[in-house]
Design a protein around this ligand. Structure first.
Ligand code: ADP
Length: 235
């Protein structure tokens, strides 16, 4: 038993040894809000734009099924809820994580965790992957690399769900607060390249109240970037 101190998230947990992708299964199942799908390994883990997410045994790969009754413009903020939850969880392990807009958590500028949110009907699937005891791919990092030892995956799972539950309660009452909290943890004031429809270079100055990236271009002009299909690279 997990004995979770949560009110919505993790009321039901469905565990698989191996799965295609926790997000895909979460999308296909008819389950109550807060249900968590977790797997030891994913054979078809995905990032955004169908990029591959490497998910061997030893990492934490999960998806939470949410059914938030909020305004449509508040749905994209759920990705920040996930990122803050990961940073708070890492903090409990004495690891300082920062958010790379919009959907990654980095430690020492290496990716330790990625978040993938997907909306299907009334459901929003919050997918979270964290490198814990697994070997992280090149340019990534795992909890075990930072701490120099392995940690209990169940412990990390539990504190993550508790953090997410607390943040979800805040989100439902005040989605804007989630953006504010994410802003405090975000890597800002750094030169970046935004790849998507073409390429834009500038300083990632801030995020606005809707979570858009505020980019200052070389000529001083400000451009706001919606997170949809763009990728950010630090320069
Ligand atoms: P990006 O960070 O390029 O915007 P995504 O957020 O969609 O892309 O994440 C997918 C990318 O994350 C992959 O292309 C790969 O570079 C990287 N990646 C895949 N698996 C892992 C992992 N387990 N840990 C860290 N990084 C990973």
């Amino acid at each position: 038993m997990l004995s979770l101190k949560t009110s919505i998230i993790g009321k039901k947990v469905i565990y698989y040894q191996e799965i295609s992708s926790t997000n895909d299964v979460a999308k296909s199942l008819d389950v109550e809000e807060g249900t968590v799908i977790v797997a030891d390994r994913q054979t078809k883990g995905r990032g955004r734009l169908n990029r591959k997410w490497i998910s061997p045994e030893g990492g934490l790969w999960l998806s939470v099924v949410l059914k938030p009754k909020v305004a449509p413009q508040d749905i994209p903020k759920i990705v920040f809820l996930g990122a803050i939850g990961v940073v708070r969880t890492l903090e409990e392990l004495s690891i300082p994580g920062r958010i790379k807009w919009p959907n990654d958590v980095l430690v020492n500028f290496r990716k330790i965790s990625g978040i993938l949110t997907e909306k299907v009907g009334e459901k929003v699937i919050l997918g979270i992957g964290i490198n814990v005891n697994n070997d992280a791919p090149e340019n990534g990092i795992a909890v075990k690399d930072v701490l120099g030892k392995e940690v209990s995956l169940v412990h990390v799972f539990k504190i993550l769900l508790e953090n997410l539950d607390e943040l979800y309660e805040i989100y439902l009452k005040s989605p804007g607060t989630i953006v504010e909290l994410a802003r405090e943890l975000m890597i800002l004031n750094v030169p970046v390249k935004v790849l998507g429809n073409g390429e834009v270079v500038g300083i990632a100055e801030d995020i606005d109240e809707d979570g858009r990236l505020v980019l200052r271009l070389g000529n001083g002009e400000i451009r706001k970037i919606i997170y949809g299909d763009v990728s950010l690279r630090f320069l």
